[in-house]
Ligand binder design. Structure first.
Ligand SMILES: Cc1cc2nc3c(=O)[nH]c(=O)nc-3n(C[C@H](O)[C@H](O)[C@H](O)COP(=O)(O)OP(=O)(O)OC[C@H]3O[C@@H](n4cnc5c(N)ncnc54)[C@H](O)[C@@H]3O)c2cc1C
Length: 334
């Protein structure tokens, strides 16, 4: 690995590492259970416990009671409005790509559109070109170009653990401004290596005259028709307004994630939650009389900054939650 001269482990190696990590504590994990609600357990007008309701793979439900809960459920697919109700077997969100790309194999030379301009879109676009060498792949994007991810040294300091204090202390408007100014570290950007690979492949098409794949940039998707076999996308050029309709056997939506799934799960707790921002230690502020602790992980970007959805300071964040728990346990109840 050292001889490769890179800081980037391959996805394959990283996947191995994650599997190894997960194996270390598998006896503590209940796989195949979907949490469907988090409810207050009220006794004498106070809440000491929450009830976590979950559904097993066979549809049966179960409950766990706890005083302390950490919610770290990641993101769920963001599907643009124009695709709502149009999803089918021939469309997949990037989060399921690895499990489902073989579906496209029922066509000998599949025509596939990848929607997006971020890292997932770029990696999937390249992977599809390799998986289906005779297929036709289009990368469709609103933006005019693929922009490089900024991981330069000074910018990268926003991912230092200490930066969380800095950002948390700022007023909301400043935090929003910060998220916008530094979004090119993580959102709608691509590592330079993949940008160069894509550019080279498209350039070589020009040299050889074999025009197989396209980058349809600066296009809004204004219409989607899906008859279950073919998908018709109507694309509008953002400069000229000219529309074109393209036909695909499959579409991959690399359109990102929403990170507010906890709101739905916590809706039964609404009466016991305060409106205030999540605390620095990631605890949700509760109304008086609620002594149960609920911590959020991975969905506090607006208050804790851009490292929040990432792995960069995960160990430090976990320690902060543990410290907060110990501190609260050793304090008399309010
Ligand atoms: C393509 C891609 C590349 C990335 N690369 C990087 C990178 O290089 N560096 C980096 O720091 N970050 C990267 N990220 C971000 C990465 O997703 C996070 O850093 C990391 O996965 C966050 O871990 P997490 O445990 O918070 O969430 P997740 O890994 O998303 O895990 C959440 C888990 O909760 C489960 N879950 C959700 N809802 C429920 C429910 N109701 N009941 C039960 N379980 C539920 C989900 O199934 C999932 O297993 C990348 C993300 C993507 C998509």
């Amino acid at each position: 690995f050292i001889n490769m001269g890179t800081f980037f482990p391959t996805r394959v190696e990283y996947n191995d590492y994650m599997r190894w990590s997960a194996d270390q504590f598998k006896e503590h994990v209940h796989y195949g259970q979907e949490v469907i609600a988090i409810e207050p357990v009220e006794q004498g007008g106070e809440v000491e416990w929450v009830r976590v309701r979950s559904r097993n793979a066979d549809g049966s439900e179960q409950e766990i009671f706890t005083r302390n809960l950490v919610i770290g459920i990641g993101g769920y697919p963001k599907i643009p409005a124009v695709f709502a109700g149009k999803m089918g077997e021939n469309m997949v969100h990037s989060s399921r790509y690895k499990h489902e790309y073989e579906r496209f194999a029922r066509h000998e030379t599949p025509r596939i559109a990848v929607i997006g301009a971020g890292q997932s879109a770029a990696e999937i676009y390249l992977d599809l070109m390799d998986q289906y060498p005779d297929g036709k792949m289009d990368l469709v994007s609103r933006s005019r170009a693929l922009h490089p991810a900024d991981d330069s040294a000074f910018v990268n300091e926003i991912f230092d653990p200490a930066f969380t204090d800095t950002i948390y202390a700022r007023p909301e408007s400043e935090r929003q401004d910060f998220l916008k100014r530094f979004s090119q570290t993580n959102y709608a950007v691509v590592d330079l290596a993949e940008i160069e690979q894509i550019y080279e492949r498209l350039y070589l098409q020009k040299v050889t005259g074999k025009m197989q794949h396209r980058f349809l940039s600066n296009r809004d998707i204004v219409g989607v028709q899906n008859d279950g076999t073919r998908v018709l996308l109507t694309l509008r050029n953002k400069d000229t307004g000219v529309e074109q309709t393209e036909v695909y056997d499959g579409v991959v939506l690399a359109t990102g994630y929403n990170r507010n799934g906890h709101e739905q799960l916590l809706s039964p707790m609404a009466d016991w939650m305060s409106e205030k921002d999540v605390e620095r230690c990631y605890r949700l502020p509760m109304a008086s009389g609620c002594h149960a602790n609920v911590f959020l992980q991975g969905c506090c970007e607006e208050t804790h900054g851009l490292s929040d959805t990432l792995l960069s300071i995960l160990a430090v964040r976990s320690q902060e939650v543990v410290d907060a728990l110990i501190e609260r346990q050793s304090r008399p109840l309010e």
